[in-house]
Design a binder for this molecule. Structure first.
Ligand code: SF4
Length: 401
């Protein structure tokens, strides 16, 4: 079983009409029969995810979706599910059966274009017929790269794979740094990792492990403690640490116990920068100062995790935000892959760290919020803001300002 975090997998959605050969194409691309293939149109109903190692990209998830031309009440629901998959997709493989595009295909292609998702047109079934000239013309006009293949005979599959690889987003190919550029080699860094009831049993959470690994890659000396041992760790060091990185939930205590001259930041802020979201989320956080009585606040979580007692999204954040703003606010929580359709009714959106979704999906949510005029920020920045420590925790990332 792959141990790659879900947030680091490339998500490839296969979109097209019923019986265009989406499942066969997955099998041809990976060289295995991992998707059920049937001549009966509509065999794939809800989107099905298949994990695979696609070299040289590494781990990918293929979403085999229902046909865009599915009909009836159930069919419409399936098409809706397919549309939702687009929010998660890094790349779309649009599979055509080589007939002229119909209305359903054109509508979906338009949506993909609006969402600015890199797409490759696969004209499948060359064993039966060549691509319809009008469809080829459409692709040329809209600058959609296209390849003609036969998934059944497995012809031109390598060409399709090479074109697919070219569409991979930069974040998968760039060598990104989480924290190493903020420190000098041999720097002493303290990581504060609370082990409370929300912490997974027997292990640290992924962001903590990733930061630790990045620090080790950059030759730092790292001391990891719970917030209850921070004072002891600071007292035990001969010289003050160069940097303290804490979970946002312990920021109030860590800020209080870490002397002013020591640089302090949070895992959340490091990840927001790593994913290229920090500036936008910092703009969104300003909205907290402008909230009025009656405003609605969206709390968005990217997965439906087990809800804890005094849960961060459902209890703590609403409480802290109310205390901070002294306003009578209404909070709504959305968990999972759904992003509310009536986003405009919210005065601000506060999103979780999104550790279970890929950066592209998170980015798409941010763009969607911006497009609809809703300022968006995240849990970590909000906690730092309401605790009055935001300026301090972003300073290590903007040292000259
Ligand atoms: S940060 Fe978001 S995606 Fe990660 S576990 Fe929490 S709710 Fe789920």
């Amino acid at each position: 079983m792959s141990t790659t975090p879900r947030g680091e997998r490339l998500i490839i959605a296969l979109i097209g009409k019923r019986n265009a050969g989406k499942s066969s194409l997955i099998n041809a691309l990976v060289g295995q029969d991992i998707a059920i293939v049937s001549e009966v149109p509509g065999t794939t109903t809800d989107p099905v995810d298949k994990h695979y190692e696609l070299l040289p990209l590494g781990p990918v998830t293929f979403y085999d979706t229902a046909g865009v031309d599915d009909t009836g009440e159930l069919g419409e629901m399936r098409v809706k599910s397919t549309r939702k998959i687009l929010y998660r997709a890094d790349i779309v493989l649009f599979v055509s059966d080589n007939l002229a595009f119909n209305e359903a295909e054109l509508s979906m292609l338009q949506r993909i274009k609006e969402m600015d998702i890199p797409a490759l047109m696969i004209f499948n079934k060359t064993d039966l017929r060549q691509p319809d000239p009008s469809s080829v013309e459409y692709c040329e006009l809209h600058q959609i790269k296209h390849v003609a293949v036969s998934a059944k005979d497995r012809t031109a599959i390598l060409e399709a794979k090479n074109e697919l690889i070219k569409l991979a987003p930069k974040y998968l190919t760039e060598n990104r740094i989480l924290v190493g550029d903020l420190i000098k080699p041999k720097a002493m860094v303290i990581l504060v990792a609370p082990i409370d009831s929300a912490a997974p049993k027997g292990r640290l959470i992924l962001p903590q492990v990733q930061v630790l690994r990045d620090l080790l890659d950059h030759d730092a000396c790292v001391l990891t403690v719970k917030e209850t041992e921070l004072k002891d760790a600071l007292a035990a060091l001969k010289t003050p640490p160069d940097l303290v990185i804490t979970d946002s939930q312990a920021i109030e205590q860590v800020n209080r116990e870490t002397p002013d001259g020591i640089a302090l930041t949070t895992f959340s802020i490091l990840f927001a920068r790593y994913k290229g979201e920090l500036d936008t989320l910092l703009t969104g956080i300003r909205r907290l100062d402008e909230l009025k009585d009656g405003d609605r606040v969206l709390i968005a979580e990217a997965c439906s995790h087990h809800v804890q007692k005094d849960d961060i999204g459902r209890n703590k954040l609403p409480r802290w935000i109310k205390e901070f703003t002294k306003k009578d606010l209404q909070f709504e929580v959305f968990a999972g892959h759904d992003f509310p359709e009536d986003l405009e009714k919210f005065a601000v959106a506060i999103h979780c760290g999104g550790c279970m979704i890929n950066p592209m999906e998170m980015n798409r949510r941010i763009i969607e919020a911006q497009r609809r005029g809703v300022p968006i920020t995240n849990y970590g920045l909000t906690i730092s803001k309401v605790q009055g420590v935001l300026d301090r925790v972003i300073k290590p990332l903007y040292p000259k300002e």
